[in-house]
Design a protein around this ligand. Structure first.
Ligand SMILES: *Cc1c(COP(=O)(O)O)cnc(C)c1O
Length: 239
């Protein structure tokens, strides 16, 4: 056995983590009669350096999630040679909407109509529609951002009238349960809410994305229809 530098060991661990998550995602897909190509792994790289993102990219990941605009602005220039799809998954302040629009390919965390209108104001090119998701706070937890379930349909209607956004789905962070199975009713409710909005046939709205599932509960989320699975700790380690 050749001696490995520490960096190599870390890399092989990262790619091992990714492989095992992909296997588990695929198994969950099969249990639910879904196709693995209908879901994407979004590696949540917040707090980890650009070099870790590069290693995950080399292990085949193409989608990365960051929760802070400034942190993404720092790392992204170091990775311009990679064809990465960037997802904003954290709360966005309206005064950072312009920068967020420049940095990200998807915004999962729309939690007010005001924020959606701000993002609408600065398209990269005229008529360029940024794909966005509405974040829903189904647990009604005051410490978490996200729209109340009752408000979602009205906001979807408002977003459908904006010229430079396209509504693609919903995002959820359910209340934390030790037992992931307990998240299942929340994942299901998000899927049903998305289906209700889809049935409204609003212009520029195609509710095909469900951003749900994290390190501890992504298998249940996949069984319930997740299309964007946001996994951090299980890939990069604890923060
Ligand atoms: C940090 C974060 C994740 C990843 O959580 P892990 O438990 O580390 O997998 C997913 N979604 C959001 C919105 C996050 O902020």
């Amino acid at each position: 056995m050749p001696a490995h530098a520490n960096g190599d060991l870390a890399t092989s661990q990262l790619s091992g983590n990714i492989r095992s998550i992909r296997d588990r995602m695929e198994a969950a897909c099969h249990r639910a009669g879904r196709q693995p190509q209908d879901l994407r792994l979004v590696a949540v790289s917040k707090t980890f350096p650009a070099e870790a993102i590069r290693e995950a990219f080399e292990a085949g990941v193409r989608d990365f999630g960051e929760n802070r605009v400034q942190e993404a602005a720092r790392k992204k220039p170091l990775l311009e040679d990679l064809n990465i799809t960037w997802h904003l998954i954290g709360h966005l302040q309206t005064n950072k909407a312009r920068t967020a629009r420049e940095l990200f390919d998807y915004v999962h965390s729309i939690d007010s109509f005001r924020l959606a209108s701000k993002l609408d104001e600065t398209p990269r090119d005229p008529g360029d529609r940024l794909p966005v998701l509405l974040q829903v706070n189904l647990g009604g937890e005051s410490a978490k951002s996200g729209l109340r379930e009752e408000a979602v349909e009205e906001i979807a209607e408002g977003v459908s009238r904006l010229a430079n956004l396209t509504l693609r789905g919903l995002m959820l962070i359910p209340p934390f349960f030790e037992v992931p199975e307990q998240s299942r009713p929340y994942f299901r409710r998000l899927r049903e809410l998305a289906a209700r909005i889809e049935a409204g046939r609003l212009p520029n709205v195609s509710m095909k994305e469900l951003s749900m599932g994290m390190s501890h509960d992504f298998e249940v989320a996949v069984e319930e229809g997740a299309t964007l699975v946001r996994v951090g700790t299980a890939i990069f380690g604890s923060r």
